[in-house]
Design a protein around this ligand. Structure first.
Ligand SMILES: CC(C)(COP(=O)(O)OP(=O)(O)OC[C@H]1O[C@@H](n2cnc3c(N)ncnc32)[C@H](O)[C@@H]1OP(=O)(O)O)[C@@H](O)C(=O)NCCC(=O)NCCS
Length: 186
């Protein structure tokens, strides 16, 4: 049973993470994404810019990595806050913690719509995110392929099944267009 009074949320820059927190993130990612090999790292492909962390006292129980980037959609620059490796420790799944963490993040960033046009994430569980106002999008996407710290050049592909966005500002999202990620795909 979760006692919400024991929980704390923290938005922290990546370069401020303590060794202990990095180790806890690495363990969380390892157990939450058993199909991926993180090689013991606290990130998969690249360091995110910041983290939204959920702790039970000093124990990490959930995290969302955050990447803040200019992308271009339909040739127009958009400020995109990407959500990466959203995870809750498996022993605590289905008790509302994921909902709590995601809702809390959305609450915190919703007031920053002067800086953030859209939230963006990639998922195979769109139903979960639709409840929070994310919508699936169909785009011709261009991104930099990276694997284990090596760049493999640009990839371009129509993507219609896993990218989801949530508008924060009044900017129009153009469907069935070209999305230049301006970097790696998180
Ligand atoms: C995705 C993830 C973060 C969700 O975390 P969670 O803490 O289980 O999330 P919640 O408990 O808030 O919601 C999960 C489900 O439990 C249900 N639920 C929420 N509160 C509940 C409660 N008190 N009792 C029972 N069920 C509850 C929700 O309705 C939801 O069901 P749904 O998926 O059918 O919509 C978690 O499953 C995870 O870490 N998965 C592995 C990593 C991963 O796949 N991340 C997503 C990458 S896109």
């Amino acid at each position: 049973m979760i006692n919400y009074a024991d929980l704390s949320l923290e938005l922290i820059t990546e370069f401020q993470l303590s060794q202990e927190t990095k180790e806890q993130i690495a363990i969380l990612l390892h157990v939450a994404f058993p199909e991926e090999d993180f090689h013991g790292r606290h990130y998969f492909k690249q360091l995110p810019h910041s983290r939204f962390l959920l702790k039970d006292h000093t124990q990490l129980v959930g995290q969302i990595g955050l990447d803040f980037r200019v992308m271009t959609l339909n040739k127009q620059p958009i400020n995109v806050l990407g959500l990466i490796d959203f995870a809750i420790v498996p022993a605590l799944h289905h008790q509302g913690l994921g909902t709590f963490l995601l809702k809390s993040l959305i609450e915190q960033v919703s007031v920053l719509s002067d800086n953030i046009d859209f939230l963006l994430l990639s998922t195979d569980k769109p139903d979960f995110y639709e409840k929070f106002g994310f919508r699936l999008t169909s785009q011709y996407v261009k991104w930099l392929v990276t694997e284990e710290h090596v760049n493999y050049g640009m990839k371009e592909e129509h993507v219609g099944h896993c990218l989801m966005y949530k508008p924060l500002a009044n900017k129009e999202w153009v469907e069935n267009s070209v999305l230049e990620m301006m970097g790696y795909w998180y």
